[in-house]
Design a protein around this ligand. Structure first.
Ligand code: PEP
Ligand code: MN
Length: 337
């Protein structure tokens, strides 16, 4: 349930409302907008059903929320969330670019990648040190050594680091090196991992599961927020359909849907979304035009030699072209890259 306070409600009215919610054994989530305060009520369904708030002074109306997710809902918080990663803002009028190789392979590879993505205008270096590979015989990542390389290469260029966490036992070590934890598509419903990340304060980039509905994806985000970590960025990375030409079907309509349903920022991964480098630039352009708050793109100095996802990795030259193209589209959208 949300309780919409009237614009003329006093501090005292609000305090009374909060008091009554607490007395009913329920939790409050406050959203203070420009002219209205919204009191979100969270907790036991039966207790919420019995809560009668309409007659209280200062209350304009109450709205029952039928969706299971609450904290991520735009009903709970009409204003868009801006996640601040050490001064880099994700959400609002800014398009954030995260770029780099699929996997960290060597210091040399990463230095080259970091330099080129920085020159192109990226603010984050991406790269997997723990790789969730479909086959156990494929390159599994350099683990801690990879994290060290990521941090070093990123610091040399003044970039932030986003990297995937596949196991909750690795949260501590990854937290020492990364600025943002990435939860991969395969782990979107790993609820133990989501709960553990809810106890962290570092931002989480939550990718959409391979066959997750938008509602399942938002409920996964709710796990993190309900644990106390409100710094969540959603990432559309394509879903499984019957199409085989592309690796996945990039669901750009999910960007518009998420913007309607949630206040969380949403970025797009056109690399995993298509699996083909030729399609990355067109889909990146479309993502920005659809209202995405940013992109995460695979860039490799030598895609033909990549240990992972070379087919969908951009060369530095093509990454530069992408950046030029999207800055034009961003301008039309009233945003800056
Ligand atoms: C990745 O970003 O390298 C990755 C494995 O992505 P996803 O979880 O979307 O497949
Ligand atoms: Mn990849």
């Amino acid at each position: 349930m949300i309780i919409v306070m009237s614009p003329s409600a006093t501090e005292e009215n609000l305090a009374r409302v909060q008091e009554r919610v607490a007395q009913a054994g329920l939790r409050v989530h406050l959203s203070t907008g420009e002219d209205r305060t919204i009191v979100g009520v969270i907790g036991d369904k039966k207790k919420i059903a019995n809560l009668e708030m309409n007659m209280m002074e200062g209350v304009e109306k109450t709205v029952r929320i039928t969706e299971k997710y609450k904290l991520v809902s735009r009903d709970f918080q009409p204003e868009g969330t801006i996640v601040d990663v050490g001064g880099v803002k994700i959400g609002g009028d800014h398009i954030v670019i995260m770029a780099g190789p699929c996997a960290v392979e060597s210091m040399e590879q990463l230095r080259e990648a970091a330099k080129c993505v920085k020159e192109g205008g990226a603010e984050f270096l991406r790269g997997g040190a723990f790789k969730p590979r479909t086959s156990p015989y494929d390159f599994q990542g350099l683990a801690q050594k990879g994290l060290e390389m990521l941090r070093t290469a990123a610091d040399e260029q003044g970039l932030k680091v986003v990297t995937e966490v596949v196991d909750h036992d690795d949260i501590e070590i990854i937290g020492k090196y990364a600025d943002v934890f990435q939860v991969g598509a395969r782990n979107m419903q790993n609820f133990q991992l989501l709960k553990a990340l809810g106890r962290e304060r570092k931002p989480v980039l939550l990718k959409r599961g391979l066959s997750a509905t938008i509602s399942e994806w938002l409920n996964a985000a709710e796990y993190i927020l309900s644990g106390g970590n409100e710094n969540v960025i959603l990432c559309e990375r394509g879903i499984r359909t019957y199409e085989t030409f592309t690796r996945n079907t990039l669901d750009l309509s999910a960007v518009a849907a998420v913007k309607e349903l949630s206040h969380l920022p949403v970025i797009v991964d056109p690399s995993h979304g298509t699996g083909r480098w030729q399609m990355v630039r067109p889909m990146a352009r479309a993502a920005v035009a659809a209202g995405a708050d940013g992109l995460i793109v695979e860039v490799h100095p030598h895609p033909e030699a990549a240990l992972s996802d070379g087919d969908q990795s951009l060369t530095p030259k093509n990454f530069n072209r992408l950046m030029e193209e999207i800055s034009g589209i961003a301008k039309v959208m009233g945003k800056t890259v």
